[in-house]
Design a protein around this ligand. Structure first.
Ligand code: PAF
Length: 281
């Protein structure tokens, strides 16, 4: 497994991996890897990639002033060992100055699915995500990019950007990987206390009940209000629990018949903000 920390060595390594028409995939990450990330490596391979690269870059552009960039977990040695064991061929670990050299002045602003939900909770977040993903796609010259469905809105934002900017890369959505009790895997889970960790799976249980009720014909507002009340009763501080159009993230007040729907949620347990989403119907 090659490790590249500057652009010239990345270019040389990707050119070698792409020789003879070999297909290269990229798995963008911010490190602190768990089984959800490793599933992305496996999914990229299963989708036909001959070689898989992963990036580890804690992107300052997607953290706003209220979020603690320095608190983001980092484990370089552990991450590299996991990627090697997962069969990753190349790891791109640029320093911040390589990604954003002095004088950098270009950002990518995606409309549509960036609006609302995480876009409201974390102003500027999707600008940072879109900008770094666009750069990672250019830098890696990959043909496939694997993204977890766990961050559903991010997946839709990146998919929209690739379509709008005619970027020749296929976005590969990969199902959320969950712990045995249903909690979606996330780098943030390590910050849950033992008590919070025991409560955390309630989020999926409440969402599943709401999705089942809506799919079964219950009024959307009543099902969502009931879900919010149950989350509060369990000790969560919910930011939102909403039914949305799956691709645009536009809120729905009634079931739609013309396309897929998703239930999206963000709720705080202590200091940890948990995100999850599931299909409806
Ligand atoms: O999902 C993440 O870890 C990040 O948002 C991503 C896609 C690697 C961009 O920094």
């Amino acid at each position: 497994m090659q490790i590249c920390r500057d652009l010239p060595s990345l270019r040389a390594a990707t050119a070698a991996l792409r020789a003879d028409g070999q297909r290269l995939a990229i798995v963008p990450t911010m490190g602190a890897l768990h089984d959800g990330h490793l599933a992305l490596v496996a999914a990229a391979r299963a989708a036909g990639a001959d070689a898989v690269s992963a990036s580890i870059f804690v992107n300052p552009l997607q953290f706003n002033a209220n979020e603690d960039l320095s608190r983001y977990p980092r484990d370089e040695a552990g991450d590299l060992a996991k990627l090697k064991a997962a069969g990753c061929d190349l790891v791109w670990m640029p320093p911040v100055e390589a990604m954003y050299p002095p004088g950098s002045a270009t950002v990518i602003e995606v409309g549509g699915p960036s609006a609302g939900w995480e876009g409201d909770a974390r102003p500027g977040h999707f600008r940072g995500v879109a900008t770094v993903c666009c750069k990672l796609f250019q830098q890696s010259q990959a043909e496939i990019a694997a993204f977890g469905e766990k961050d559903w809105q991010q997946l839709q934002v990146v998919t929209r950007m690739v379509a709008d900017l005619d970027i020749p890369i296929r976005i590969l959505p990969v199902a959320t990987v969950r712990e045995a009790d249903g909690l979606a895997m996330s780098s943030r889970n390590r910050f849950l206390s033992a008590e919070e960790r025991a409560t955390a799976p309630v989020l999926l249980r409440v969402m599943t009940a709401a999705a089942t009720a809506i799919a079964g014909g219950a009024a959307v507002a009543a099902a969502l209000d009931d879900g919010l009340a149950r989350l509060r009763a369990a000790g969560f501080e919910p930011d939102y629990l909403a039914l949305v159009e799956a691709e645009t993230l536009k809120p729905l007040t009634a079931r739609r018949a013309d396309g897929p729907m998703r239930l999206v949620a963000a709720a705080r347990l202590g200091t940890v903000r948990l995100l999850d989403n599931i299909p409806v119907g």
